[in-house]
Design a protein around this ligand. Structure first.
Ligand code: LYS
Length: 250
């Protein structure tokens, strides 16, 4: 179980009554979007500037709503709690849509499909079977934690606050492998100059945008906006910019 689930559920009960409705967001002219901008190519910083697939997609959705996006950068494991505490209206940060999270927040239709990929140093484990008895790094609070634990047991999972720390632990030899999102992993492989090797996909998931539990007007508008940008070529263009392909769910 996610160690934050009790907190999340508490926040859902207390906070969501205050969530801003679509009308209130439109009146203010600004939608606040929470993300963990340490996840190239989804949301990340290039110098002082936020960039990425989810950054561009979030801005396109804001524009469909007729408002400006104001981005709030947060540690990943704070994001859904902050949402129900009304620190922002929407979270776009590659959250896997899970029944556990659906108890605390409401998800949009998936904005892409992906999964967790095994990465190791050259010569290291490539398959789930080869991970047995090995230590595996990933970011805390993610769906990867539970998926890795199923294979290697909880005591062999090493969690880090940031993806960059998990990657560094792998590079430095403090762990045997890392499991992380497919495109994040491919980016890390590209940057490793042959020192890291690509392994199998460990599991697949659907990734969605989250609103505070019960914020129906905003959720409806976000789903409509996603449909529109997926229909008018905007989504495909953004996706090709970052991945060279369209990553929507098929
Ligand atoms: N898809 C994973 C999850 O849902 C990881 C998300 C982003 C990590 N920076 O937990």
């Amino acid at each position: 179980m996610n160690r934050f689930l009790p907190l999340l559920l508490g926040a859902a009960l207390l906070g969501s009554a205050q969530a801003r409705t679509l009308a209130e967001i439109k009146k203010a002219g600004v939608i606040k979007i929470g993300t963990n901008a340490e996840f190239k190519p989804f949301t990340y910083f290039e110098g002082m500037t936020m960039r990425g697939f989810e950054y561009d997609l979030g801005n396109a959705i804001a524009s469909q709503l007729g408002v400006r996006a104001q981005w709030v950068n947060q540690p990943f494991d704070n994001l859904l709690i902050g949402l129900n505490g009304d620190r922002y209206d929407l979270v776009i940060s590659s959250h896997g849509i899970t029944p556990e999270r659906q108890k605390a927040v409401d998800f949009s239709a998936p904005h892409y499909c992906s999964g967790g990929m095994i990465v190791a140093r050259a010569g290291g484990p490539k398959t789930a079977a080869q991970l047995k008895g090995k230590t595996v790094a990933t970011q805390v609070g993610t769906t990867y934690v539970g998926q890795i634990a199923k294979v290697v047991g909880t005591k062999n999972v090493r969690t880090y606050p940031n993806n960059a720390d998990a990657l560094q632990a792998l590079r430095a030899g403090r762990v045997d492998a890392m499991v992380n999102e497919r495109f994040y992993s491919l980016e890390a492989l590209k940057a490793s100059g042959g020192k890291l090797q690509q392994g199998d996909m460990l599991f697949q998931e659907k990734l969605g945008m989250a609103v505070a539990k019960g914020n129906k007007t905003l959720l409806g508008a976000v789903n409509t906006a996603l449909k529109t940008v997926q229909g008018n070529g905007t989504y495909a263009k953004i996706s090709k910019t970052y991945f060279g392909q369209d990553i929507r769910c098929r």
